[in-house]
Design a protein around this ligand. Structure first.
Ligand code: C5P
Length: 222
């Protein structure tokens, strides 16, 4: 295998207002996390999938996929970057993918594209172009200025990098106290310019309650 996939799933997802983290909500006969894991398991170049969950997480062990031979669970950390770093310690391949637990609608063509582009030394991420007009607020609920959307992208996942580069970038960025909300931001901090691979906009991150119905609809489309 050339690739390992890391799935950070140690967050609480407070915007869902549910009784459990969003990755454990029901979707298409299983759960959000299992749907996400199936998209990765289906790919022949991905060997191990490492899921980082909270140490006291009572839900993961109840999943059917929890005992899958290619799935390994590790403890997450304080922030997403800590969770990814913990998982990176178990990676044995030269290339690694990081994919949000809450993005179950990933398509094979997008996965292929980011895996290929990620072989570039700078790495690569799936992204989609911003389609709405963008405004910067003035801090008082009104518009300060319009922001050109020409070079604005939504950062999606998977994000794909050389394992050693990502490990070094995350370690150094965390030690420096940099703000890291995705893996590419750690790479940027280290001076890399990951490729933007234009992906489908239905690769949504389940964030609000209405997103579950939308994801169910997207999963039904072939
Ligand atoms: O909240 P948000 O959707 O941005 O979280 C992104 C991902 O990072 C989620 O999949 C969440 O489970 C994960 N995460 C983590 N460890 C943390 C915090 C968040 O794995 N300490």
């Amino acid at each position: 295998f050339t690739y390992t996939a890391i799935v950070p799933a140690a967050g609480v997802g407070s915007r869902m207002a549910a009784d459990r983290p969003k990755q454990y909500l029901t979707l298409a006969g299983s759960t959000v996390l299992e749907q996400t894991l199936m998209r990765l398991l289906e790919h022949p170049a991905i060997g191990q999938i490492i899921v980082a969950t909270a140490e006291q997480d009572p839900w993961f062990s109840q999943l059917l996929l929890a005992r899958h031979p290619r799935i390994l669970r590790v403890n997450g950390g304080r922030e997403r970057a800590d969770s990814v770093l913990n998982a990176l310690q178990e990676v044995e391949t030269g290339q690694v993918l990081v994919h949000d637990a809450a993005r179950p609608c990933l398509r094979r063509a997008d996965l292929d594209a980011v895996m290929t582009a990620g072989l570039h030394p700078q790495g690569a991420i799936l992204a989609s172009r911003v389609r709405d007009t963008m405004k910067r607020g003035n801090g008082q609920g009104a518009i300060a200025t319009s922001v050109s959307r020409d070079e604005l992208w939504h950062a999606l996942t998977p994000q794909c990098f050389a394992t050693a580069s990502l490990q070094q970038a995350l370690t150094e960025a965390l030690a420096a106290g940099a703000t890291i909300t995705d893996e590419a931001s750690a790479m940027e901090w280290a001076g890399f310019h990951p490729q933007l691979v234009e992906g489908r906009s239905d690769n949504i991150k389940i964030t609000r309650p209405e997103d579950l119905a939308l994801a169910g609809f997207f999963l039904q489309q072939s």
